[in-house]
Design a protein around this ligand. Structure first.
Ligand SMILES: [Fe+2]
Length: 266
């Protein structure tokens, strides 16, 4: 996906992700002699176009996860922390156009830079992680996964109870701030529970995330104080959206064959 910065008829390319907003920064035309000159010469057909990422809303009202995650937590967590990562990212991206044109997941992988993260990586990954986290929950969530998702969990973990114990243990043994994930491991062709610290995402190791749980203190402190176990259990029993995970697993299976090898008969 590319960004047009030279045409007055193609400032907002149709192929742009809905996550990206194109902004015509007219103030730059007024402040910059060079741009003003260019604008006059080209009859104001080339205003500078800057690309920004927009703040994605959770797919439910901010009070919809009560009493397990309060409106106050959502207002602070989404409205302040998530927004802060986004605004920090946009501020970094405004300095140069080198990273313009990526979808957000592409930006996370690009700024990971093969294990030598660029300054934009932390904010980019935190925005992606939070978008994914909000969509990993639903009002009336929890309970048991259904259909092929349950079968895949039983195949790879022995039972749903074993998976749940492994996920909760990973969350409670995570040192410091970070995330717990259920992912599809592409090479191993199986589901696995992984944990990452700070902003790190399994995307950068080419795993396919299915669900994530935010284990930063800002995610639980207002509702649960230091009781991480109560927070993690509330997520597993009342918040996690197995419907969302089922859809993500179906998409992942386009890229990874999780079944037994199907050897064609000659
Ligand atoms: Fe968070």
């Amino acid at each position: 996906m590319g960004w047009s910065s030279s045409s007055c008829t193609n400032l907002f390319p149709a192929s742009a992700s809905s996550h990206l907003l194109a902004v015509t920064d007219v103030s730059q035309l007024l402040k910059s002699p060079r741009l003003l000159f260019r604008s006059q010469k080209q009859k104001q057909c080339t205003p500078r176009v800057l690309a920004y990422y927009g703040l994605q809303k959770p797919p439910y009202k901010l009070d919809a996860l009560e009493p397990y995650m309060s409106q106050r937590t959502l207002e602070m967590h989404w409205g302040e922390h998530h927004r802060g990562y986004l605004e920090g990212l946009n501020k970094q991206l405004a300095k140069s156009d080198i990273l313009y044109g990526y979808t957000l997941d592409e930006l996370v992988k690009a700024t990971y830079n093969h294990g030598n993260p660029l300054p934009e990586f932390n904010n980019a990954a935190q925005v992606w992680n939070h978008d994914f986290f909000w969509e990993s929950m639903q009002p009336g969530g929890g309970n048991m996964p259904i259909l092929g998702l349950l079968g895949q969990i039983e195949k790879d973990f022995g039972s749903f109870t074993n998976f749940k114990e492994k996920f909760i243990e990973a969350a409670l043994t995570l040192f410091g701030s970070g995330w717990v994930w259920l992912v599809v491991k592409r090479n191993e062709k199986r589901l696995e529970v992984v944990k990452t610290t700070n902003a790190f995402s399994p995307l950068v190791w080419n795993d396919i995330p299915l669900v994530c749980l935010d284990m930063w203190e800002h995610a639980y402190y207002l509702d649960y104080k230091n009781d991480k176990a109560e927070y993690v259990n509330a997520f597993m029993n009342h918040l996690v959206s197995w419907n969302a995970v089922l859809g993500r697993l179906a998409r992942a299976q386009i890229f990874v064959n999780l079944g037994e090898p199907n050897v064609p008969v000659a």
